[in-house]
Design a protein around this ligand. Sequence first.
Ligand SMILES: CC(C)(COP(=O)(O)OP(=O)(O)OC[C@H]1O[C@@H](n2cnc3c(N)ncnc32)[C@H](O)[C@@H]1OP(=O)(O)O)[C@@H](O)C(=O)NCCC(=O)NCCS
Length: 432
Amino acid sequence: MRSYGTNGRRVAIVAGVRTPFARAGTVLKNLSAIELGRACVAEVIQRSELAGKDVDALVFGTVVPNVVAPNIAREVSLIPLLPKGVEAESVSRACASANQAITDAADQIVLGHRDVVIAGGAESLSNVPILHSRSMSDKLVALSRAKSLGQRLGIIASLRPRDFVPITPAIAEPSTGESMGQSAEKMAKINHIPREEQDQFALRSHRLAAVGLDDGRLAAELAPVWVPPSYEQSLGTDNGVRRDTDIAQMAALKPVFDRRYGSVTAGNSSPLTDGASAVLLMSDEKAKALGYTPLAYIRSYAYAALDPGEQLLMGPVLAAPVALDRAGLALADIDLIEMHEAFAAQVLCNIKGLASREWAERAGFAKPVGEVDRARLNVMGGSISIGHPFGATGGRILTTLVNELKRRGGQFGLMTVCAAGGMGHAMVVERA
Ligand SMILES: CC(C)(COP(=O)(O)OP(=O)(O)OC[C@H]1O[C@@H](n2cnc3c(N)ncnc32)[C@H](O)[C@@H]1OP(=O)(O)O)[C@@H](O)C(=O)NCCC(=O)NCCS
């Protein structure tokens, strides 16, 4: 068995848990990302019967941080189950933030600095900060510094209606102004992905996720969440999976990002979502010393980036060949593939890219990665149906990949995630 380090230390994936994912503004809207993160970190510790004292560190990702508690990892780590001496750091790499948390944790294990790390991510898109305009911020700062009643009244009198117009964060590239949806739309056109194909792929996502929830495979990865303020209601399943949809309903939806000529709709996009995920990683020796049987090991990973103004969500096409090369494997060796579904258009463009010589050459390889076998791809749905709490998705995908790989008796798994900024991530895991 190969590891990506040079000292022979291998990173074992011991367990993974996530909260149910909920469409933003619904059942989980009163929980912050910190609370969602705490719920699933507590659950992963309890399910794996781990002693808190054995945890060395916690690494957590989030995309839209809480401005008053920017180090989400530290806030999450301050749960009663963990000693206060467990150190914690937060990371951000857009939709690959949980992946960044996982690979940072894994690197520390490979280096020998840590043995047991909980890594994951959380996002509450129901609770994005609403900002004041520059002018309002200046006036509020001046107000807080005013030394007399007269100064205060003067500042208050200077307030204008436009000062009260809030600024909400957009899911758009700061460098180009293009939103994710517009990028997916552009990519669908460049790569000739028809609307019908996108809708079929999204429908497949809903159908497969429903099967996975109903037969217990996905349900087993969920930690039900009790909902404040009364804690009388709980969420035990993903509420974005549409069991009642069909291709006719999906075809009737209007395109959102190019109303006239577009093909990307609410139906074939991932929805804005709340949720968290956590994965328990250990050095192989420590896992064995503590009596755990690892689900799988991290064999390799890679990150890549391209110009965000080009085809924003093609990063996985550049990262996957590098991760496979580092693993010493070909696509044909891979038993299961988990691709983050930001948009059906993006997945279908990524699949085309992986089969293309041009993209292979851009990634530095003579031969394309190859044709993705759909029977091995996202076999229990993906972000379109399950949802996509940005900072948490990587933990969900890794957990599902290793659990399903084990069930099927497979050996190798590949996961890919596209991310804002034109970035992509890929990881290869291996069962012992
Ligand atoms: C696409 C997007 C704008 C849609 O937002 P929205 O309009 O709030 O979406 P909704 O869930 O309300 O869906 C709109 C309508 O389509 C319907 N719909 C959505 N999916 C459907 C499906 N599969 N079948 C049938 N109807 C569906 C909804 O029921 C709703 O109908 P209504 O208006 O009658 O209530 C939003 O989900 C989005 O921005 N997604 C992309 C997020 C993103 O960029 N992520 C980053 C990726 S890395």
